[in-house]
Design a binder for this molecule. Structure first.
Ligand code: NAD
Length: 456
């Protein structure tokens, strides 16, 4: 590993990765490979998570292709040094910000969107001119293997190095070695804390894209049919294993019964009344996660679904209520196809429930009132979110994506990715033809003039 990291450093030091044309060429190589290996990627995602082709294409490949498209269009402009104003004290002079790559970036990815969550930050890191170590999840093995095949085929190992295996063993070795310039981690909050600790010892900056319990509020004036469709797709896509899935619903008492009726009929219209046979419904990643989810099913009253099959790692889309406050399902991120519901009459009642798990990664509000919309956005600190939708904010690369507090540090996507993987290097250029004595000792009698010049 040490030697490999040294090779990456040597390559970075040649300056090759800094050049605009080089970066564009690498991005095009990825785009081309995604087309060439599209079928293999889709098969791998089906093997690992039972994702159907349309879902896998839209939520994994298309997102990466869009990010590449964005950079091919915008990279030249983003890389251009930007002239900014110069303050009175520094006139005559000019101020510029140069955009420098960070060096070697370590990207650590999870298993739930195993392709996209490794390749999307990879695209950003390449666009910003870095060398990269990619560590995919060991739990989405088929996808990790096709990613390795692509990376090895299109990149030299001295530029982009993909390393497989158990994160708990490999990641500390890479970080402790000390030559990484930035760690970009996506995964659970508990592992995120370990990564932060390891990186802190070497003063390595981090971006942490973590998890949490994302609430979804259905107000009494919401369009219930639309809300049901958008809640069901956001919650049950990838069998609920989505970091920004609505974790639980807060439904206004007035419309609760009606909304539940529509919600259940929507689940059936998407996945039939036997989701086990639906080609559009995924499976749980492994037995460990399956067992945790099954334990959640015992912690309240199931009002829809609840069937499961260990052999095929299937859990039916499930709705639960009457969950005791201290039940683990109320405090741990569910990350599976189980949707607890709570009701409320006033906003403050709902806020109290949300506050039990502060700083969610995402927040969703369904309402037709712009006043309620604003009230909700002001009431809850959250990473990002949607009004009258769920999860789709992730797909707009013009919006930075990231958490707050326990759901993460930093953000990425589109131009925010470029800045995440770039050092903004400010430089002041001072003129030499003017050099007033007032700036230099002896200062006796100069303070009054200084205050006048500085307008203080
Ligand atoms: P995880 O934390 O178990 O693993 C993620 C990565 O970390 C893997 O590559 C793994 O090998 C590595 N890893 C595991 N243990 C490690 C250790 N001790 N030291 C160093 N590296 C280690 O996460 P997961 O179970 O793969 O993913 C699920 C979690 O990720 C959920 O909480 C979900 O909300 C979150 N998530 C967040 C986002 C986001 O964008 N914010 C996206 C997807 C998933």
């Amino acid at each position: 590993m040490k030697e490999q990291l040294q090779n990456l450093r040597n390559y970075f030091n040649t300056g090759a990765t800094k050049k605009y044309l080089f970066r564009i060429e690498q991005l095009k190589k990825i785009s081309f490979a995604l087309k060439k290996y599209e079928k293999e990627i889709l098969i791998a995602l089906h093997t690992d998570l039972g994702k159907c082709e349309a879902e896998a294409y839209a939520s994994e490949i298309a997102i990466v292709q869009n990010e590449i498209k964005f950079f091919i269009k915008q990279l030249k402009r983003l890389m251009q040094p930007k002239e900014v104003s110069t303050n009175l004290m520094n006139l005559p002079g000019k101020s510029k910000i140069y955009y420098e790559p960070l060096g070697i970036v370590l990207i650590i990815a999870p298993w739930n969107y195993p392709f996209q969550l490794a390749f999307n930050p990879l695209v950003g890191a390449i666009a910003a001119g870095n060398c990269v170590v990619v560590k995919p999840s060991e739990f989405a093995n088929a996808t990790s293997l096709i990613m390795e095949k692509i990376v090895k085929e299109i990149f030299s190992e001295d530029y982009i190095y993909l390393v497989q295996g158990d994160g708990a063993q490999i990641v500390p070795t890479i970080i402790e070695e000390g030559s990484i310039n930035h760690v970009f981690y996506t995964g659970s909050t508990s592992v995120g804390k370990l990564i932060y600790e390891m990186a802190a010892k070497k003063l390595i900056p981090v971006t942490l894209e973590l998890g949490g319990k994302s609430p979804c509020v259905i107000e009494d004036d919401a369009n219930l049919k639309i809300a049901a469709k958008r809640v069901v797709i956001g919650k049950f896509i990838n069998a609920g294993q989505t970091c920004i899935a609505p974790d639980y619903l807060l439904i206004h008492k007035k419309i609760k019964a009606k909304f539940l009726e529509i919600l259940i009929s929507t689940i059936q219209s998407f996945y039939t009344n036997n989701a086990a046979l639906s080609k559009d419904y995924g499976k749980i990643i492994n037995e460990k996660r399956f067992n945790t989810l099954i334990s959640f099913l015992q912690q309240g009253k199931i009002i829809y679904g609840g069937k499961y099959d260990k052999e095929s790692l299937y859990i039916e889309p499930t709705i639960m209520q009457e969950i005791p406050t201290n039940a683990p399902i109320n405090h741990e991120e569910i990350f599976g196809p189980i949707l607890p519901i709570f009701d409320f009459e006033t906003q403050s009642e709902a806020v109290e429930i949300i506050k039990q798990n502060a700083t969610p990664l995402a927040f969703y509000i369904f309402t037709s009132s712009t006043t309620k919309e604003e009230n909700w956005i002001n009431a809850i600190p959250f990473g990002g979110g949607c009004i009258n939708n769920t999860a789709y904010h992730f797909t707009n690369h013009h919006l930075p994506f990231g958490g707050i507090g326990l759901s993460g540090i930093g953000s990425y996507h589109g131009k925010k990715s470029f800045y995440t993987f770039t050092h903004a290097k400010p430089v002041l250029k001072s003129a030499t033809w003017f050099d007033p004595n007032i700036k230099y000792p002896p200062f006796k009698g100069k303070l009054r003039w200084l205050k006048m010049i500085l307008k203080l």
